[in-house]
Every structure is written in C-alpha cells, then in structure tokens.
Design a protein around this ligand. Structure first.
Ligand SMILES: *[C@@H]1O[C@H](CO)[C@@H](O)[C@H](O)[C@H]1NC(C)=O
Ligand SMILES: *[C@@H]1O[C@H](CO)[C@@H](O)[C@H](O)[C@H]1NC(C)=O
Ligand SMILES: *[C@@H]1O[C@H](CO)[C@@H](O)[C@H](O)[C@H]1NC(C)=O
Ligand SMILES: *[C@@H]1O[C@H](CO)[C@@H](O)[C@H](O)[C@H]1NC(C)=O
Length: 364
C-alpha cells in the first residue's frame, strides 16, 4: 500500500517535472526569466554577505594604510644614561598617558631598567609635563621614555614596541605589556636565569607565566582582586577561581603551551613546545630578537606573529618557575576592532607564508 503510494507520488512528481520542463523549453526566454529570478533571490539572501565583502575591501585598505603611515618619534626624551650591561634585563612596554598609573605599579615591582614608548595623542608638551610631574616616573634613573606622535586613528602597537625595543641597551629584554604587574622577584630572578645563558649558543625565550583576574560571568566586569604578592597567595586565588592563566576563558591557545599545571610545581626551568597562536611574554637576548611586524596594528596577531617569528628564528621556549605577572583589570576603553579581524587574519597568513616558504609552496 505504502509502496504503491510512493510510486504514485513519484510518477506524479515526474509528470509535473516533465510538464514544467516542456513548457520551459518551449520558450527559452522563460529560462532566462527563471534564472534571473534565482540569481535575484540569491542576491537578496546574500545582500548582507555581499555588503560585508564589498566593505571588507575598503576596511582592509584602511587597516593596511594605517600600518604604513609614517610616524614621528623621539627616543629617550630625558636623555637618561644607558645601563649597557650584557647581564641586565630591561622591561619593554608601550602605553598612552592614560595608563601612566599602571606604569607606576610596574615600576614599583620592577626595579631594573624600563624602556617605555608613549603614544602621544595630546600635545607632546602636556604629556612631557605630566611625566615630569609624576614623582614615581621622574625619580627613576633607569626609565627610558620615548614618544611617538599619534598619526591616523589606530594604535600602532607593534611600532611602539619596536621603538621601545630598539632603545634597549641591556643584553636582555623582557617583552611585556603595561597592564601586567610583575612579581617583585621577577627582575632578580630573570637576571639570574639569563646569566646562565649569556654565552649559550642556543637562542632561548624564557616564558613568564601570565595570569589574569577572572571576569565575573555575564557582567563583563572583573572581580576585585588584590595583586598576589606571593606564589602561595596566587595559588589560593587560582584555586578559588579569582585568578586564572591569562585569557584561558577567551582564547586558550594564547598561553596554553606554558603548561600552568607544570608551572605550579616547577622549581627549575622547563621546556615548552611552541604551537600555533602561542603568545607568551618572554625574556630574550636583545640583539637576537627580531623586530615586531608593524602591519599588526592595535590588536590581533600582534604578539602571535612575533612569537611565531622567534620560533622560526630558532628560539627554544623555557618556562621559569616561582615568578609571574598578573594582568590587573581596568576599565576597557578599547575600540571595537572586530571589523578588522579579517584584515589582520589575511595579513597574518601573508606573514606566515613569508617566514615559512615550505607552507607557501604547499599552498600554491
Ligand atoms: C635583588 O638583588 C639585589 C642585589 O643582588 C638585592 O639588593 C635586592 O634586595 C634583591 N631584591 C629582591 C626583591 O630580592
Ligand atoms: C604539562 O606538564 C605535565 C607534567 O608536569 C605533563 O604531564 C603534560 O603532558 C604537560 N602538558 C603539555 C600540554 O605539555
Ligand atoms: C604538585 O605538588 C602537589 C604537592 O605539593 C601535589 O599534590 C600535586 O599532585 C602536584 N601536581 C603535579 C601536576 O605534579
Ligand atoms: C563590534 O562591532 C561589530 C560590527 O562591526 C558588532 O557585530 C559587535 O557586536 C561589536 N562588539 C562590541 C563588543 O561592541
């Protein structure tokens, strides 16, 4: 019964189809009409995608043009005397004057040299005045401040990092970000660790474990947590989920390879395998360190590309025990950059292909 019904239906459909075909074939103009109808329908359905496509072109043009802008800068504005020691480590960072409070906190924990590039939106005189009026900043004799004048609209994060890095006079650099507060022993510990590798033939990047204050679910607001002064306190905060390895909730690849489980109990440096999208904060030999790629502007792949470059340049990654940095929450004033994610992704693919000719070959 049911099979008969099915046959009948099939027959019915077939007849209908033939009839349709016949009448369509009779008039080739109808084919064009139907085709036009289909194309129009697809266009309407995809109007949003199409728009996005058309927009992507101009969005990325803007994104790429921003990266190519020439920017004025001044190095070491206070003509601070250089340290020039191959055994020393300089903390390298970049910021705007609105983040100067964070820099104070960093300086409080890190007594070694600091090279900081400021992005100057306001009048340079106002920024210089604000720095001079700041007791913590003006009392340091190993703080190297550089200014880059704002040009264009986006924050040239990697160009600022390059400015700060190029002004380092010590053998080693700790490539950090200003929102990360270091453990007070990090400076001393890192000097000891690099001292064992001054003449080492292997290129090494020492990874500093990075933590972040957990955001309360749904509120997009970070929980109020005090900076953990000791590893013991940090572990307690971690166990009570107030603090976690940085960005584990948002983007686990960035720091996963650091192996925080291992770090917890580590008493000696331990090897880390590089993996795609790894972006730890590292201590490296200054002269061996490649510059950042200025194409990556404001955010997305800015550190991932640099760490990939270190990996391709033959650096091994090593985790260091006992010390850490913690990203302290701040009111997020960041621009919505999500429309540039595609542009940055394309730029990253190009960057990888440049450093990785084998992959380029495979692709072609
Ligand atoms: C770091 O080392 C210096 C000299 O080696 C010492 O004077 C200082 O107290 C140490 N600081 C910390 C926080 O251990
Ligand atoms: C992390 O370290 C532990 C040993 O402490 C090891 O068993 C584990 O495989 C490591 N994980 C990764 C991802 O390397
Ligand atoms: C770390 O050490 C603690 C004891 O101090 C132990 O209970 C725990 O299993 C260790 N974890 C790992 C991953 O070895
Ligand atoms: C950012 O902008 C995109 C559109 O360009 C939008 O879809 C997204 O919701 C915005 N995100 C935030 C956090 O405002």
């Amino acid at each position: 019964m049911s099979s008969q019904l099915k046959d009948n239906q099939e027959l019915h459909e077939l007849t209908m189809f033939r009839a349709l075909l016949k009448c369509v074939c009779r008039n080739s103009a109808a084919i064009i009409y139907y085709l036009a109808l289909i194309v129009f329908g697809l266009l309407v359905l995809n109007a949003r995608n199409l728009n996005y496509f058309l927009d992507k072109g101009s969005t990325c043009k803007f994104f790429n043009a921003e990266a190519k802008l020439e920017r004025d800068y001044v190095e070491n504005i206070f003509q601070q005397a250089q340290v020039n020691s191959i055994h020393d480590v300089t903390l390298v960072t970049q910021l705007t004057i609105s983040r100067v409070g964070r820099l104070e906190q960093v300086l409080d924990k890190w007594k070694g040299p600091v090279s900081a590039a400021f992005h100057v939106d306001e009048s340079p005189n106002d920024v210089i005045q604000a720095i001079c009026d700041n007791k913590v900043l003006s009392n340091r004799n190993n703080l190297y401040i550089h200014l880059m004048r704002k040009t264009g609209r986006l924050y040239p994060i990697n160009q600022l990092r390059n400015l700060a890095l190029k002004c380092v006079s010590t053998g080693f650099s700790f490539l950090s970000d200003v929102d990360f507060i270091p453990h007070q022993n990090l400076y001393n510990e890192s000097k000891q660790i690099v001292s064992k590798n001054i003449e080492g033939s292997k290129k090494r990047a020492y990874v500093v474990a990075a933590f972040g204050v957990q955001e309360a679910k749904g509120t997009n607001k970070a929980k109020a947590v005090e900076f953990p002064e000791s590893k013991e306190k940090l572990l307690k905060l971690w166990d009570s989920k107030m603090i976690e390895p940085v960005h584990f909730a948002k983007f686990i690849h960035g720091h996963y390879q650091t192996n925080y489980t291992r770090w917890r109990n580590a008493t000696e440096i331990y090897p880390i395998q590089w993996y795609t999208h790894y972006e730890p904060y590292v201590i490296v030999k200054t002269t061996e360190t490649p510059a950042y790629d200025g194409t990556f502007i404001e955010r997305y792949f800015d550190k991932v590309s640099h760490i990939f470059h270190l990996h391709k340049a033959g650096f091994d990654f090593w985790g260091i025990p006992n010390v850490y940095i913690v990203h302290m929450p701040h009111s997020s004033s960041k621009k919505n950059m999500s429309r540039y994610l595609r542009c940055a992704t394309l730029a990253y693919e190009e960057f990888v292909a440049k450093l990785d000719p084998i992959r380029l070959k495979k692709k072609q």
